[in-house]
Design a protein. Structure first.
Length: 384
């Protein structure tokens, strides 16, 4: 639950000041995995889980951050904010402050209460929601307003440059720019996007394997390095290829033998995933749900077998969904190595689908999963 009234009460009780309140959503990615940092395509939707940020100015020059999720407060001098991460939840808001300070803003004293319901470490972008909510709150206090794509880039930089996670732009972008009842086909090269309407008859059923995922984890970084190594091999022959976005399946056929076996597989995933993502957006726009489901199945296979970013639990969750009534398409979503699967399901069959999937998974894996029936929600915004 993310309840602005409850956040307001918490903030008032702790800081004796009326907060301005902002919300930033988490996201689910329908297709396009590990393509964002290759300047390719992704198609996420913002979801109805969000982080709330309540902010009020202070006159004592302190920055006081309180997280209700962690039940912890941290206090700093606004003029001497940390420049290094401390591997703590506060790195995300502090990272945003560091980036804003680097943009020549003087950070004033303020109290910030953060409270969200985006499941943590589940591949639903709880950290991006935290960054975007913080950025909206602080920029409003500063009296500046950045366009959504610019805000997203600042938040990505907070994560790359301060937190130390080498993520792409997708999560921050969709949190800052999502549209109700739509997925966004985002071109991660120029940050343009196209709206792909999700029909009212389709539910986003998000199934949490309960296996933890972390973008700061070594696997994400090593996959990214393998992708970049593959790109360097192709670029040695075709210098116009700056990212795998520019490469084709024919490039792999010609020069794949010069890559390590892992790099070749990772590149095959990224290059084909880009093609699938654009095709999936076209399918969604023309309401061809059967084709969309087929592309999602292919994307999962590629993510699991070529990118090797799945795990037994996620493969099982996807397999167990296949013959359940109402399924349109299922795949592992997000950075990989655990987290959630996304299932597009016919709306009226979604409750029965969710119940049956939970039961099957609990029997097969021995873990009770959390399953959420979600809707595509709007972008981060001020609530009051
Ligand atoms: C994480 C990163 C994103 C993206 C995905 C994989 O969510 O934060 O930038 O790379 O993994 O698609």
């Amino acid at each position: 639950m993310h309840d602005p009234d409850a956040l307001r009460s918490l903030h008032l009780a702790r800081f004796q000041a009326e907060p301005a309140i902002f919300a930033a959503p988490g996201r689910v990615n329908l297709i396009g995995e590990h393509t964002d940092y290759a300047e390719g395509f992704v198609m996420p939707a913002a979801i109805d889980f969000a982080t709330l940020a309540g902010i009020s100015p202070r006159s004592d020059g302190k920055v006081v951050l309180y997280s209700e999720n962690y039940a912890k407060e941290r206090s700093f001098d606004a003029s001497a904010l940390p420049t290094e991460p401390s591997h703590h939840w506060s790195d995300y808001p502090l990272g945003v402050l560091a980036i804003l300070a680097g943009e020549d803003h003087t950070i004033p004293g303020f109290s910030l209460t953060l409270w969200g319901d985006v499941p943590l470490g589940s591949g639903l972008s709880s950290s991006a929601a935290l960054e975007v909510a913080t950025a909206l709150a602080v920029t409003s206090l500063l009296g500046v307003s950045y366009p959504g794509p610019v805000l997203a880039r600042l938040c990505q930089r907070a994560e790359n440059e301060f937190v130390g996670a080498n993520c792409g732009i997708m999560d921050q972008f969709i949190s800052a720019n999502g549209a109700k009842d739509h997925a966004l086909l985002i071109d991660c090269r120029d940050l343009s996007f196209k709206l792909a309407p999700i029909p009212a008859s389709v539910a986003l059923v998000i199934a949490n394997t309960m296996v933890k995922h972390a973008v700061t984890g070594t696997e994400y970084t090593s996959r990214r390095a393998e992708v970049e190594a593959a790109c360097a091999v192709i670029a040695a022959h075709r210098p116009e290829v700056r990212f795998l976005r520019d490469a084709t399946p024919e490039d792999l056929e010609r020069w794949g033998s010069e890559m390590t076996p892992n790099s070749l597989k990772r590149a095959r995933h990224v290059i084909t995933e880009n093609l699938r993502t654009v095709a999936a957006a076209e399918a969604l726009i023309r309401h061809d749900l059967r084709e969309l489901g087929r592309l999602m199945a292919e994307a999962h296979r590629s993510y699991s077998q070529d990118f090797e970013a799945s795990c037994v639990e996620a493969d099982t969750m996807v397999a167990l969904a296949q013959d359940l009534p109402g399924l349109i398409g299922a795949r592992l979503t997000g950075g990989g190595f655990g987290g959630c699967t996304v299932n597009l399901v016919e709306m009226e069959k979604a409750p029965a689908f969710a119940a049956a999937l939970a039961e099957r998974y609990a029997t097969e894996v021995g873990i009770v999963p959390q399953i959420h029936i979600c809707h595509a929600s709007g972008r981060a915004h001020r609530i009051r």
